[in-house]
Design a protein around this ligand. Structure first.
Ligand code: RB5
Length: 149
């Protein structure tokens, strides 16, 4: 399993503990930045992570900004990406089980690093339920095909 992770300055507080956790689980991590608290533009990092997934270089992605919202909006503009902003355990589970979210978005001004690691753990270890949910994911792909030129 290879996870690409990217953050702006608002989410960077979460990154070290998440990267450490992923490595402790023998998960390979591609860290696309940012690396300092200097103000940067979150769409840049969202696109880098999504490109790695679509190019087959990463299996899933984690995106961090102040709220998780900006990176999720940017990521969901990329075909094939299902990015979920999560701040509680229930949604971390359901975005994997029902939505097959391939990108998890977290807010550095919303969740603590410890909680972020818990949410990542739940998301990574919850299988997609398939069945009726597969049909709905296909419907999302159909919208992409029709609307994303
Ligand atoms: C940056 O100040 C902040 O706007 C960004 O991290 C994010 O929260 C946007 O959604």
């Amino acid at each position: 399993m290879i996870i690409a992770i990217g953050s702006d300055h608002g989410g960077i507080v979460l990154k070290p503990l998440i990267v450490e956790y992923l490595k402790s689980q023998n998960i390979e991590v591609i860290d696309v930045g940012c690396y300092t608290t200097e103000s940067v533009d979150y769409p840049v990092y969202a696109l880098k992570v999504c490109n790695l997934i679509n190019d087959g270089e990463a299996d899933k992605g984690i995106l961090l900004c102040g709220t998780g919202i900006g990176v999720s909006i940017a990521a969901n503009k990329v075909k094939g990406i299902r990015a979920a902003v999560v701040s509680d355990e229930f949604c971390a589970e359901k975005c994997a089980e029902h939505n097959n979210a391939n990108v998890l978005c977290l807010g550095g001004r919303v969740v603590t690093p410890e909680k972020a690691v818990r949410l990542v753990d739940i998301w990574l270890n919850t299988p997609f339920a398939e069945g009726r949910h597969s049909k709905r994911i296909q419907m999302i792909s159909d919208i992409e095909s029709a609307k994303m030129k």
